[in-house]
Design a protein around this ligand. Sequence first.
Ligand SMILES: Nc1nc2c(ncn2[C@@H]2O[C@H](COP(=O)(O)OP(=O)(O)OP(=O)(O)O)[C@@H](O)[C@H]2O)c(=O)[nH]1
Ligand SMILES: [Mg+2]
Length: 299
Amino acid sequence: MPMPHRTQQQLIKRRLVGKDGAERIRELRAILADLPGYRNGPYADLRKWVESELEASRTRKKVVHRDSIAVRREGAAQIALVGPPNAGKSSLLQALSAIQVKTGDYAFTTTRPVAATTRLGGVLVQLVEIPGLIEGAADDRGGGRALLGVLRNADAILFCHACDRPLAELELIRDEVAAAGIELPALLAATKCDEAPPPEHPELPVVPVSVLDDASLDRLREELWGMTGLVRVHLRDGGDPVALRPPVTVLDVADTIHHELRERCTGARVWGRSARFPGQQVGRGYELSDGDSVEILDR
Ligand SMILES: Nc1nc2c(ncn2[C@@H]2O[C@H](COP(=O)(O)OP(=O)(O)OP(=O)(O)O)[C@@H](O)[C@H]2O)c(=O)[nH]1
Ligand SMILES: [Mg+2]
């Protein structure tokens, strides 16, 4: 004879006290397994209650997860800032965008990915600081797996490393990224270059940068744009330039302005690197270069 169901419900609630997330779900599953399997009556109600708690805990867990880690993509490309603690990632993010973030002269100031958009040559691009990647991250140390998951979705990586720190600190993190199987175009920002000379790197192009030096930030923007691999085409009648994956033809540009324009487009006039002379007239299939300006011709 099972014990009275009221007592049983109290016991169940006691078993759940202080249990959250995965732990609560595990406990609820164990409780379900212990319950007598009657189809009707108070025990069936009890079972239903436990099942609804289980469902609610699962949903809560998902929500918490989404809040803390996922980054909504914005702009034409997403570039992740990755580096040792205190390397100056947040400071760079702030210097390159309009965002206000906490920076500090200590490790792990940033605890979640922080995103900000910036304009690179007129095109909106998203920068994301990936915080706190440490040795062992690929084995989930420091919650590393979720952070590496965010990184995996990026289009390129800006490794950040302070000029006054040994390169070995950066290499530990690059090893984790490699261990996670993440291979993306990458650059090395040698940060705080007002404090020490920039290091050389055997594999990565190095861009010395200081948040105190605007010219260094402009050079970094140019390198970042190059790393996206996108082609930027300006429109002669104004507006934001369009950014597309190469190869980019006149038809592709017409299509991003309006699908109908694609149908009507007969060609374009082109100014810029790809043109033999300013205003050269070209056909619909003509391939454009980064920085070109076009005037679409239509019927
Ligand atoms: N001299 C100098 N100091 C800098 C520069 N950039 C950042 N710093 C300083 O370096 C420290 C760390 O900067 P943060 O931007 O918080 O570094 P972070 O990489 O985001 O650090 P965590 O989020 O803790 O991993 C702060 O004290 C900054 O003021 C720079 O270009 N020059
Ligand atoms: Mg930070």
